[in-house]
Design a protein around this ligand. Structure first.
Ligand code: GLY
Ligand code: MN
Length: 456
């Protein structure tokens, strides 16, 4: 081999190894350290001291019907980091009463058990290998001292439940689909059949109180989702022009963040131009962009199961008309006022004078007018924001005030169907001990910045 060939081969190998290292790192970033999940389970057991906790993961369709990408139920994922189907989880807090007749027997039982389905070679042909319940390395791999087959769940519930007053599980949420509600009801009935005298309670609120405060490693994943989504918004702003279809913008954005490692959009992309900019969750994205229109682009990617949620409203022609600019600046002023008010102790929702909602509403209602000379407050037709995390509208305890470590989206808007003019601006904010950090700071937000970005 010539010296130069040798040199080239060494460079190639070095580059290949760097790529493999990057790929491994990307894989490793997809979930948090196992220790973090263990601490969360301990925190949940501490919160729900009087009961055992039984949670079920999502299921996978079988054989050739399993053509959807599997995604774990978010509460289950939050406690395990396990993105595998058909698993269950049983947590048992230490018994409160040392005099309990169950004390001796129970204090020797495992405090947490992960239940996995048995190996299913037939299913693995369709959706690939699953963690093997009988493999010696399974405990280290999933971070549980006790891993058992799902068939033993019922027995373990029977064994542990008598020591406690309550069984906590997930009851269907208020927003659940009919299918989800039926699934949860079926599980509830099963639990009731196993333990006819148990008090069955919802674990959702306790989980929400944990989930609403983000760990350092969650923040790392959220930042990745945000950064990939910012890149997607930048590409959209640079490519935007009359004649494109809304779905082309959505496709370009999905391509951009998925290429950067996002698994999927964190919700169906919303690209609404012209009159569709006034439809809050317009996600059909079938229309063609017309010169002079505005387009609301509410799109975010999901990285390591964590969502980004960002909205920009752009002028298709690259310049806002005077009326579009006027409305844009009112929404921006309202958003800025709300963002600047973010700090621990403040209310996100609610109508009290210091809440972020009220700050944004007051700003909108005291700036500008509709075509009939009336204030604009009534055209701000949704909430001011929401928590963001594993769910794009993330779990949070209703009416709690902001605390350090929360991540929220702030997204005021004005929608004027009479003028085919809708504006929404949405940014993500981390609440810190003395204020906030704008996670989406890198994405241009003022009308002037947007116009100059679109000239490039
Ligand atoms: N970005 C969509 C929503 O918050 O509803
Ligand atoms: Mn949002």
């Amino acid at each position: 081999m010539k010296r130069s060939d040798y040199f080239r081969a060494v460079c190639f190998l070095a580059a290949l190894m760097a790529c493999m290292a990057a790929a491994r790192q990307a894989w490793a970033q997809e979930r948090e350290p196992l220790e973090v999940y263990r601490e969360r389970r301990a925190a949940l057991r501490e919160k729900l001291k009087d009961g055992i906790i039984v949670l079920f993961g999502n299921q996978e369709d079988t054989g050739s019907e399993a053509y959807q990408v599997f995604r774990q139920e978010n509460n289950f994922y939050y406690l395990t980091g396990l993105n595998e189907p058909d698993a269950a989880l049983l947590l048992a807090p230490p018994l409160q009463d040392r005099r309990s007749p169950y004390w001796k027997q129970f204090s020797e039982l495992p405090r947490e058990i992960l239940f996995l389905p048995p190996p299913n070679p037939q299913q693995e042909k369709w959706t690939g290998p699953k963690p093997d319940l009988y493999d010696d390395s399974i405990h280290a791999r999933v971070g549980f001292a006790a891993v058992q087959g799902v068939a033993t769940l019922e027995n373990e519930i029977r064994r542990l439940a008598p020591g406690y007053r309550t069984v906590y599980t997930l009851l269907p949420s208020a927003h659940a689909s009919q299918m989800e509600t039926a699934l949860y009801k079926g599980r509830l009935e099963k639990l009731q059949a196993i333990l006819p005298f148990a008090r069955i309670q919802d674990a959702r609120r306790a989980l929400a109180s944990l989930r609403q405060i983000k760990s350092e490693s969650e923040l790392g994943l959220i930042r990745r989702a945000v950064d990939c989504s910012i890149d997607a918004h930048l590409v959209a702003a640079r490519e935007l022009r009359a004649g494109l279809f809304e779905y082309e913008i959505a496709a370009l954005m999905k391509y951009t963040f998925e290429r950067a490692g996002c698994e999927r959009p964190s919700f169906a992309p919303i690209v609404g131009s012209g009159e569709r900019s006034t439809i809050l969750h317009y996600n059909r994205n079938r229309a063609q962009l017309e010169a002079g229109d505005l387009v609301v682009i509410d799109v975010g990617g999901e990285y390591g199961h964590y969502a980004a949620d960002i909205t920009r409203t752009l002028p298709v022609s690259g310049r806002f008309t005077p009326r579009q600019r006027e409305i844009y600046e009112i929404v921006l002023g309202a958003q800025q006022a709300a963002i600047e008010a973010v700090k621990p102790g403040v209310n996100l929702t609610g109508r009290d004078s210091g809440s972020l909602y009220q700050i944004a509403y007051e700003y909108i209602n005291t700036h500008g007018k509709d075509r009939h000379g009336k204030p604009l407050g009534k055209y701000f037709t949704h909430g001011v924001g929401h928590h963001v995390g594993l769910d794009v509208h993330d779990a949070a305890v209703p009416r709690t005030t902001l605390e350090a470590g929360m991540v929220i989206a702030i997204e005021p808007g004005i929608y004027l169907p009479e003028e085919n003019l809708g504006v929404r601006i949405e940014d993500m904010v981390l609440v810190t001990s003395d204020g906030y950090l704008l996670l989406t700071e890198q994405l241009p937000r003022t009308a002037k910045q947007i116009e100059s970005l679109m000239q490039k």
